[in-house]
Design a binder for this molecule. Structure first.
Ligand code: IFM
Length: 479
C-alpha cells in the first residue's frame, strides 16, 4: 500500500492503493429494489403491510414496483459488470421462498435467486447473499414476529432451504442485516415495520435475532455443499457525548446498540450493564439455557455498516425527545417510551447528507480500529457505506453528483487509513447500487451510484458510479 498525500485532514486523499484481493462491491436489498410484489407466488411481508398503512411512508410510496429489478435482472447484472464490481451484496425475500405459514417451498422464488447467483458468477462477480434484510413474512409477524421465539425456529428452517438451494454457489452468507433496526426501529420506536412501540418486545427481538443468526449459521453450514464464508452485518453507533454525564450516556447506548449484538455474537455473553440497565423493562427470561452457545458461532467476516456518528446526552428529565432515525444530525436512536433509560440524541455539526446525517469519515476509521482492537482475530468487511443527496440530471442526461463522490472519497480514505493502522479489512460495499425504496422515506432519498428514473425505470450511471468503477478496476483511489 502506498499513499500520495496521506494526512489531508479532510480525508480527501487520492492515489491510495488498496491491498491485493480487496473486494470492491455494491449492495441492495430485496424489498428496496425488486418490485414484483405479488408475482410468482410471493406473499406479503411486514413492509408491504406497513408501507400500505396510511401515514407510515413518505408520499404513500411502496415497494410494489421499486426498481423493477425482478424483471430487469439481466440488464442490472450487465450494469454491475460494466461497473467492474468484484462482489454484489443482495438479500433474499423470505416471502418468495416460503410464502405461507405451512412453510412449503416456492420453487419460483428459489429459481429467481438461482438465476441471480448464476448470472453473477457468469460475469465474475462474487455473490454475497443476505437471508434477512427486514422483509419478514407477514404470517410470521401475525404469530408474534421477532418478539416470539418461534420465529427463530422458522428462520432456521428457511436457512436450511437456502443452504441446500444455493450453498454450492454463494460466496458469502450473511444471516441478518442490521438487527438493531429490526429490533429497535421495528418493535421499539415503531418507525419501521411492523411499527410496534413495545420496549420489552424490542429487547426480546434483540435476543431472538441474535439466536436466529446463530441457528442460521449452523443450518447453512450443514446444508451448503460449497465452501462459503459466513457473516452478519451490524450497524454500529459511533458515539460522542455532551453534558456532565456524557460517559454514562455513551455507555448506555453503546450497551443497547453495539454490545447487545457484538458480545453475544462474538463472546457468547450479554453485557452485565445491559441487563442491569434494562431490568425495569424486562427480566431477559427469554434467554434460555444453551442460547448463548448457539449464538456464539465463528464467522469469517463481520459486516460493518457505517454512515455517520451519533451524539448523546443523558435525558435531564425536562426535555425528553423520542429518538428517531431522521432527527437532523443524528444517525438514529432507540426509543424507550416510559422507561428510565432515556438518552437524547442531539443535533450534530454538519455538513449533512440529504438524510440529515452528519458527514464524519473519521468515525469510520475510529470504528474499524476499535473493532479490530476488541476483536483482533475477526476480519471485517464494510457492507454498507454511502450517502443520499438530491441529484440533478444535467442537460446532457448525465448525473453529476459531486457531494456523493466526495463522501465516498473521504470514507474510502478513512478505510485505507484503518488498513494502514493494521485493521484486517477485507472489502467495501457501497450503498447503494441503485436509487431505491428508502424505507420510511420512500423514493425521496437517493443513495444510488446509479440513478433510477422512477417514471421510466431507466438507469443512468452517476459520476460517483463512474469514479467507483475506476477504483474497482484499479484498486487505486482515483483523483
Ligand atoms: O437503505 C438502508 C439499508 O436498507 C440499510 N442500511 C442503511 C441504508 C440507508 O438508510
Amino acid at each position: 500500500m502506498t499513499t500520495t498525500n496521506q494526512g489531508n485532514p479532510d480525508y480527501r486523499d487520492s492515489g491510495l492503493v488498496f491491498p491485493p484481493g480487496f473486494t470492491f462491491g455494491s449492495a441492495t436489498a430485496s424489498y428496496q429494489v425488486e418490485g414484483a410484489f405479488d408475482e410468482d407466488g410471493r406473499s406479503p411481508s411486514i413492509w408491504d403491510t406497513f408501507s400500505k398503512t396510511p401515514g407510515k411512508v413518505w408520499n404513500g410510496d411502496t415497494g410494489d414496483v421499486a426498481c423493477d429489478h425482478y424483471h430487469r435482472l439481466d440488464s442490472d447484472l450487465d450494469l454491475m459488470k460494466d461497473l467492474g464490481l468484484g462482489a454484489y451484496r443482495f438479500s433474499i425475500a423470505w416471502p418468495r421462498i416460503q410464502p405461507t405459514a405451512s412453510g412449503e417451498v416456492n420453487q419460483a422464488g428459489i429459481d429467481f435467486y438461482a438465476r441471480l447467483v448464476d448470472g453473477l458468477l457468469e460475469r465474475g462477480i462474487r455473490p454475497v447473499a443476505t437471508l434477512y434484510h427486514w422483509d419478514l413474512p407477514q404470517y410470521l409477524e401475525d404469530a408474534g414476529g421477532w418478539a416470539a421465539r418461534a420465529t427463530t425456529d422458522a428462520f432456521e428452517r428457511y436457512a436450511k432451504i437456502m443452504g441446500a438451494a444455493l450453498g454450492d454457489r454463494v460466496h458469502t452468507w450473511t444471516t441478518l442485516n442490521e438487527p438493531w433496526c429490526s429490533a429497535y426501529l421495528g418493535y421499539g420506536q415503531g418507525g419501521h415495520a411492523p411499527g410496534r412501540s413495545e420496549p420489552a418486545s424490542a429487547l426480546a427481538a434483540v435476543h431472538h435475532l441474535n439466536l436466529a443468526h446463530g441457528r442460521a449459521v449452523q443450518a447453512l453450514r450443514a446444508t451448503s455443499s460449497g465452501d462459503p464464508e459466513y457473516s452478519i452485518t451490524l450497524n454500529f453507533h459511533v458515539l460522542r457525548g455532551v453534558g456532565d454525564a456524557a460517559p454514562e450516556a455513551m455507555r448506555r447506548i453503546d450497551a443497547l446498540a453495539n454490545r447487545a449484538f457484538t458480545h453475544p455474537l462474538l463472546k457468547g455473553e450479554y453485557p452485565a450493564d445491559l441487563l442491569e440497565d434494562t431490568a425495569s423493562v424486562t427480566d431477559w427470561s427469554f434467554v434460555h439455557e444453551g442460547d448463548l452457545a448457539a449464538i456464539n458461532q465463528p464467522i469469517d467476516v463481520l459486516g460493518v455498516n457505517y454512515y455517520s456518528t451519533a451524539t448523546v446526552r443523558l435525558w435531564d428529565g425536562v426535555s425528553p425527545k423520542q429518538m428517531n432515525d431522521g432527527h437532523k444530525g443524528t444517525a438514529g436512536g432507540t426509543a424507550w417510551p416510559g422507561s428510565d433509560l432515556a438518552v437524547e440524541f442531539v443535533e450534530q455539526a454538519g455538513p449533512y447528507t440529504a438524510m440529515g446525517w452528519n458527514i464524519a469519515p473519521e468515525g469510520l476509521e475510529e470504528l474499524l480500529v476499535s473493532l479490530s482492537a476488541e476483536f483482533p482475530d475477526q476480519p471485517l468487511m464494510i457492507t454498507e457505506n454511502g450517502a443520499a443527496f438530491d441529484d440533478v440530471v444535467a442537460a446532457d442526461g448525465s448525473v453529476p453528483d459531486p457531494k456523493r463522490l466526495d463522501y465516498l472519497r473521504r470514507h474510502f480514505t478513512a478505510a485505507h487509513r484503518a488498513i494502514e493502522r493494521g485493521v484486517d479489512l477485507r472489502g467495501y460495499f457501497v450503498w447503494s447500487l441503485l436509487d431505491n425504496f428508502e424505507w420510511g422515506y420512500g423514493y425521496a432519498k437517493r443513495f444510488g451510484i446509479v440513478r433510477v428514473d422512477f417514471d421510466t425505470l431507466e438507469r443512468t450511471v452517476k459520476d460517483s458510479g463512474l469514479w467507483y468503477a475506476d477504483l474497482a478496476r484499479t484498486g487505486v483511489l482515483p483523483e
